[in-house]
Write a protein that binds this ligand. Structure first.
Ligand code: UDX
Ligand code: ADP
Length: 471
């Protein structure tokens, strides 16, 4: 099958990866029908919402592309069966969280959604289909998918229908908040596989906007492992700089100055050296733990321990911040109001998965604090579910009265003892601290876990200030 024969694409999983990726493909290929399917009806409804502010994920630039393509050649539905049946290429973008029980619990990826999808593909696909692994997966998952598909081929041998599959790995490197630019101008695009024709077809699909020299071709396992390794390296840089932030605070050095000096070495580079409350997001922790599991599985325990320490340091940084807040506020938070600025795991996204805010807020709640939370994109229910104050079935927990969500910074800080900046939203960089100070109880603290505060103006306004990595 060459690219001109591709008429229908199906993407299983309308999440943070599937939604934006398919929107960009649809925007470059007006003659290809792109069906994004999901079992979650609520999510599909949100993708189809007339009001583009209600899309299930917030990504700068996504709404404009959705407006151009949705209902023309981009469709969101729960119609998994018929979308698979008509597809020439199927992207698998379902979730692959860390297993919570059984063998490998806490480390290995839970592949149940991948397996269900592979079985659905095996059952409903017609003719020749290219199956593209898009979710982050453990090394050798493509082999499992291939085995499930092959099993169906052997079992349907007596039927009149003939089907065949090629499985490719094509990991996604997009970061949330910059998904559209990352998709349109990627540093590289990786395609792993051994079927040259299928690789060529997928490559041609992307060549509509990605230059030839940015497309890297590898074997299946290298492709799968590269994704895990890229995320592990990125996370490692954050743990490295965060470890030094603690030393800066102890010695009187400034982490920003150190990061600048270190990052000026071209061999090191200046990206991903912002010290903060630790990395969050759905990928880093999950992928490293996955790597740790793989290493242990293959008996490489020293390698496993090396990578696990990146995650350990990350949790330590979060608890270190919670603990110093308690210490500075006279070692008790009981009944005190703490204003939380930012709940998303980073700015420009409404995603809270593994957000450092979750663990820091839980620590503060344990200490008896009342939390007043402000985040421009995260909704109240999401926060309550993350803090285990409400189950996803709307059952409230006793501690729910300890948190309140506010729509304006001024309301959030009313009577508070401290502000904790946990997400680097731009609006926190231009706060009028004089005005805010008047609304708070004295002594008033700002704990700047992101290092974005204009310290001089905060101190001038009467605040006591702690900034990450500033001794
Ligand atoms: C990451 C990878 O960047 C992306 O390539 C991969 O496909 C998915 O995982 P994402 O999780 O969306 O993307 O966000 P990213 O921008 O990488 O940030 C991850 C976390 O690290 C955030 O919590 C962020 O605040 C933190 N971070 C990032 C820092 O603390 N300091 C930095 O210098 C950079
Ligand atoms: P990611 O960040 O990797 O995109 P998400 O959790 O945002 O992950 O999205 C994955 C989506 O895959 C979810 O919306 C989930 O409902 C969907 N999904 C999981 N299993 C299936 C399945 N068998 N068929 C269709 N959609 C599925």
């Amino acid at each position: 099958m060459n690219i001109n024969q591709v008429k229908n694409i199906c993407c299983i999983g309308a999440g943070y990866v599937g939604g934006p990726t398919m929107t960009v493909i649809a925007n470059y290929w007006h003659n290809i029908k792109v069906n994004v399917v999901d079992i979650n009806q609520e999510r599909i409804n949100a993708w189809n919402d007339k009001d583009l502010n209600n899309l299930p994920i917030y990504e700068p630039g996504l709404d404009i592309l959705i407006k151009k393509t949705r209902g023309k050649n981009l469709f969101f539905s729960t119609d998994v069966e018929s979308s698979i049946a008509s597809a020439d290429i199927i992207f698998l973008s379902v979730n692959t969280p860390t297993k919570t029980k059984g063998f490998g619990a806490g480390q290995a990826s839970d592949l149940r959604w991948i397996e269900i999808s592979a079985r659905q593909i095996a059952k409903y696909a017609k003719g020749y289909t290219i199956v593209v692994e898009k979710s982050t997966l453990p090394v050798k998952t493509a082999e499992t998918i291939q085995q499930i598909l092959n099993a169906e081929l052997t079992s349907s041998i007596y039927t009149t229908e003939s089907k065949s599959f090629s499985v490719l790995s094509n990991p996604e490197f997009l970061a949330e908040g910059t998904a559209i630019t990352d998709l349109e101008k990627p540093d590289r695009l990786l395609i792993g596989g051994d079927d040259a024709n299928a690789i060529k077809t997928l490559e041609d699909l992307y060549k509509a906007w990605i230059p030839h020299e940015k497309i890297l071709k590898t074997n299946l396992w290298s492709s799968e492992l590269s994704k895990l390794t890229a995320n592990a390296f990125l996370a490692q840089r954050i743990s490295s700089i965060n470890s030094i932030s603690a030393l800066c605070e102890a010695t009187g050095a400034d982490i920003k100055e150190v990061a600048r000096a270190v990052g000026s070495d071209r061999r090191i580079g200046d990206k991903f050296l912002n010290s903060g409350p630790g990395f969050g997001g759905s990928c880093f922790k999950k992928d490293i733990l996955n790597l740790v599991y793989l290493c242990n599985y293959y008996g490489l325990h020293e390698v496993a321990n090396y990578w696990e320490s990146v995650v350990t340091l990350n949790s330590w940084q979060q608890h270190r911040i919670s603990s110093l807040i308690v210490n500075k506020l006279f070692r008790t938070l009981s009944g005190k109001r703490i204003a939380i600025f930012g709940f998303a795991f980073k700015s420009n996204t409404n995603d809270t998965r593994e957000s450092p805010a979750v663990s820091i807020c839980k620590d503060l709640l344990e200490e008896g604090a009342n939390l007043a939370i402000y985040d421009p994109k995260v909704n109240k229910r999401q926060i309550e579910v993350n803090l285990n104050l409400q189950s996803s079935r709307n059952i409230a927990n006793d501690n729910i009265s300890q948190i309140k969500k506010f729509e304006a910074i001024e309301d959030c800080v009313e009577g508070a003892d401290a502000i904790v900046i946990l997400t680097e939203w731009d609006e926190f960089k231009i706060v009028n601290w004089e005005k805010i100070s008047k609304l708070m109880r004295k002594p008033s603290w700002i704990f700047d876990a992101r290092g974005i505060l204009n310290q001089k103006s905060a101190i001038k306004a009467g605040f006591k200030v702690w900034s990450v990595g500033k001794g």
